[in-house]
Design a protein around this ligand. Structure first.
Ligand code: WT7
Length: 597
């Protein structure tokens, strides 16, 4: 059945529901009963808080476990590229992050200052994140695979005061732009050989003599800054506050089923929101051991990590699952995956085949979850113990109300005098959430207009198209806008187009997500050449290399030449039409365009 067809139907008819008795009584035992009585105030009471009513994420994640029964439990278990294993206990994590905070304090970094990392999944990243939160600063991760362009753009937008990175990345991606980054006072490199303009982090940490108390942050103090992308304009910095930890903690209970004793692996990179909310904060607040693998995807290695670390709960992504499926059914059976209790996925559409395959490969189906950088935490989910309808994102987490809104001509929710219309079961519309959960973003940094445009009629508009079925399960249909999802990473076409237009051969570019069986979508660019340039393979290759060099992981994988890019009346490139042509769809009916692989 083709995908457009499936979206019109109740997907539960296509794939039989899966009900599997959990091996442990789940934290969320009875969805309806919990939903009926749950309050965020009650979720908040499960955390410590600071004396005097303050709240600090790092206290909830680290300090409160550093004395008492969990003190010697490994908080982080690092698997190095060479597969060597090292651990940091909760007690050690407290000491190391205290020292990091003191070092930042010595540098004059404090409340509200932005500290960025440009690092792989190494211990220093975790110490920077938690140490920054202890000072009352704002932690902002930058994805290590970004090229110089996106890194500089985000450093400038965030007004970062400190960057923690490697010498090599500093020299290649930042150093020559330093003059354009006046707010960036300190570059700390994790290796000892600091290049000009940077200081060696290990030396600074060793020299720290001060001991500063954790900052008395309030729940509404900014804590995290995550960049995300829209259809137009520059990247958007979503601001989250310390109160977000209430949602991180509660959802990690309901959805991930985490409890002390668990060995938990979140495969998302902390450069993206999943890798921070659920790769750093949420598991630590539950006192579990979090596995961190420095290396990139490799099927055998991943099964080995699951087996050798005795992972009990695994939070991963559809692209990775599809790659594992491709590696075959026999491979997982060569490893002892008996510890694995619960498998969860996020970030892009999870095809029902993958949900069902999970049962064959791991003995547990895969539980899809839906949320966004802006929501800060899981909003819609399948729960252990609840019947799964393969292909559905599940039901809203307790404390969150979701709906589907009627659309206007532009494909987004139709708003008339700040009124919107909720649709009944079965109808496709824009997925919306009732604001009020603790990890709701509090703004886009320096862009109030864009923030306000996310709300109408008392709802937060997600930009996704979905429908719900009669039992309140939500089904993802596609994006209402042109942003691209490639291997789970959200990519703004505008950022890619702008870069391509910096190349002397390019007059104009239109960038789309081209469906891909593994990555969901890949970035594809259509470019119009300046006269005098020949549309040949050499130029195509040059543009691909140019993109890769400047954009890194955001770069287009495919480039087509097109001297007649379609335009709207206002002169914008019509990406939807490019996509329709690419897919061989009728150009008149763009509503059928979906990103489900
Ligand atoms: C967009 C948000 C989720 C945190 C990491 C990504 C897409 C997310 C699903 C899902 C289909 C999904 C949506 C959403 N998305 N989860 N289960 N099924 N699509 O956060 O980078 O802000 O991306 O990812 O389009 O809007 P993000």
């Amino acid at each position: 059945m083709d995908t457009a067809d499936r979206s019109q139907r109740d997907g539960s008819m296509d794939w039989p529901p899966i009900h599997r008795a959990p091996t442990l009584p789940p934290i969320l035992g009875d969805y309806d009963a919990t939903r009926a009585t749950f309050t965020w105030a009650q979720a908040r009471s499960e955390l410590d808080g600071l004396p005097g009513g303050g709240l600090n994420i790092a206290h909830e994640a680290v300090d409160r476990h550093a004395t008492g029964a969990l003190a010697d439990t490994p908080a982080l278990r690092f698997v190095g590229r060479d597969e060597s294993v090292s651990t940091i206990s909760y007690r050690e994590l407290r000491e190391l992050t205290d020292r990091f905070a003191s070092m930042l304090h010595d540098l004059g970094v404090g409340r509200g200052d932005v500290v960025c990392t440009l690092l792989g999944r190494v211990p220093d990243l975790y110490l920077t994140a938690l140490g920054t939160l202890k000072t009352g600063g704002v932690y902002c991760p930058l994805f290590a695979a970004f090229g110089p362009q996106p890194v500089r753009e985000r450093l400038a937008l965030s007004q970062a005061k400190v960057l923690v990175t490697t010498s090599a990345d500093y020299v290649r991606k930042v150093a020559s732009a330093r003059a354009d980054l006046p707010a960036l006072e300190h570059v700390l490199v994790v290796d000892r050989a600091a290049p000009d303009g940077a200081v060696a982090l290990p030396d600074l940490l060793a020299a720290t003599r001060s001991t500063v108390a954790i900052a008395a942050t309030t729940p509404e103090d900014p804590a995290l800054l995550h960049f995300t992308s829209g259809t137009t304009g520059r990247p958007k910095g979503a601001v989250h506050v310390h109160e977000a930890v209430v949602a991180h903690h509660a959802t990690a209970g309901f959805v991930l089923d985490l409890r002390p004793g668990d060995i938990y692996w979140c495969t998302a990179d902390p450069g993206w929101v999943t890798g921070t909310s659920y790769g750093i904060i949420a598991p630590l607040t539950h006192g579990v051991t979090t596995v961190v693998d420095a290396a990139d995807f490799d099927a055998k290695r991943w099964y080995r990590t699951l087996a050798e670390s005795r992972v009990t709960v695994w939070y991963t992504a559809p692209t990775a699952l599809r790659l594992l499926m491709r590696a075959g059914d026999e491979l997982p059976h060569r490893f002892d995956l008996s510890a694995l209790r619960h498998v969860v996925s996020v970030g892009e559409p999870l095809n029902p085949e993958a949900v069902v395959w999970g049962e064959r490969a791991f003995g547990v189906p895969i539980h899809d979850t839906w949320w966004q950088t802006e929501t800060g935490a899981i909003m819609i989910s399948n729960y252990p113990g609840m019947t799964i309808r393969p292909g559905s994102m599940g039901r809203p987490v307790p404390g969150v109300d979701a709906t589907v809104l009627a659309r206007g001509e532009d494909g987004r929710a139709l708003v008339i005098d700040d009124h919107v219309t909720e649709l009944d079961a079965g109808a496709v519309g824009e997925l919306a959430l009732r604001p009020g959960w603790p990890s709701m973003f509090r703004g886009y940094l320096g862009d109030d207009a864009r923030y306000r445009a996310c709300f109408a009629g008392g709802w937060y508009l997600s930009g996704d198209l979905a429908r719900r079925d009669r039992d309140g399960y939500f089904w993802f249909v596609g994006r209402a806008d042109d942003v691209i999802k490639s291997a789970g990473h959200l990519i703004g076409p505008f950022e890619v187009e702008s870069l391509l237009m910096e190349h002397p051969a390019v007059v104009e570019a239109g960038v789309i997500g081209k469906p891909d069986p593994i990555a969901g979508e890949i970035v594809k660019a259509f470019v119009t050449l300046r006269s005098g340039f020949l549309p040949d393979d050499a130029l195509r290759q040059e543009l691909i290399t140019f993109g890769r060099h400047r954009l890194g992981g955001l770069a287009p994988k495919e480039i087509d030449f097109d001297q007649n890019l379609p335009h709207t009346n206002s002169g914008k490139v019509m990406r939807r039409l490019l996509k329709a042509r690419e897919l061989g769809l009728p150009e008149g009916d763009l509503s059928t365009i979906e990103s489900r692989p």
